[in-house]
Write a protein that binds this ligand. Structure first.
Ligand SMILES: C[S@@+](CC[C@H](N)C(=O)[O-])C[C@H]1O[C@@H](n2cnc3c(N)ncnc32)[C@H](O)[C@@H]1O
Length: 208
């Protein structure tokens, strides 16, 4: 089976983005390098559905980039929902802020600038939904920091858990860090999880 063709097939049979999110993607493609960091329709729509199904209201995202997944999740949140999204690279701030301001869902989003391991402790309260998608080397540290603040029954989604297959051979620092987190989650009795072969691998877990 042609993996790329089947992924395109899956994308084409998944709910499309809002017009504003489509505009954000095309502006990001025109203006930013590393556009492959944007998680894309399969992951975005998975996040959106999980938020709606779970009734999540208070979301933490680690890794904003141009704001694609933040805006997609904010659109799925109820009116009184809140989403904190952490980003340290100021290069991406203009695009994300512009689109958050343009969106009706934008008032739910708080962009928190700075290194996430330093800024997350400054955000008060607990979360019922977390999307982990920032520096891979710190994945185990983010998990240790955030899991105690995830509500019982809360959901965490972790992107890039395959790291292009580098979790298998242990040859790169990032691949090893992600593999370390994958093992921590597998052995953690306080959560139940599924690792999905979607795009670059996505783990969905629920805190028991
Ligand atoms: C994969 S991208 C996020 C993509 C975004 N979630 C989406 O789906 O559109 C990862 C982002 O994490 C940011 N990042 C990396 N290290 C970080 C850190 N220590 N603190 C905060 N953000 C960080 C990067 O600058 C980058 O924008």
């Amino acid at each position: 089976m042609d993996q790329q063709a089947i992924e395109n097939y899956a994308i084409n049979h998944t709910t499309d983005h809002s017009e504003l999110v489509k505009e954000l993607i095309s502006v990001s493609e025109e203006n930013l390098e590393h556009i492959d960091m944007l998680s894309g329709r399969l992951v975005g729509r998975l996040l959106s559905l999980l938020i709606k199904i779970s009734g999540a209201r208070r979301v933490l995202e680690v890794g904003t980039f141009a704001g694609y997944s933040a805006l997609t999740m904010a659109e799925a949140l109820p009116e009184d929902g809140e989403l904190f999204t952490c980003e340290y690279n100021e290069r991406y701030e203009d695009i994300s802020r512009t689109f958050f301001e343009k969106s009706e869902a934008g008032s739910k989003i708080k962009l928190v600038m700075g290194k996430a391991l330093e800024t997350i402790p400054t955000i008060s309260g607990s979360f019922d939904f977390v999307f982990l998608d920032a520096d891979k080397i710190n994945y185990p540290n983010y998990y240790a920091m955030i899991l105690p603040r995830l509500e019982q029954g809360g959901i965490m989604v972790i992107d890039n858990v395959f790291w292009s297959g580098e979790v298998l051979d242990g040859k790169s620092d990032k691949g090893r860090a992600i593999d370390q987190l994958n093992a921590i989650i597998r052995d953690d009795d306080s959560v139940e999880q599924v690792m999905l072969p979607v795009r670059d691998g996505v783990t969905v877990l629920r805190k028991k």
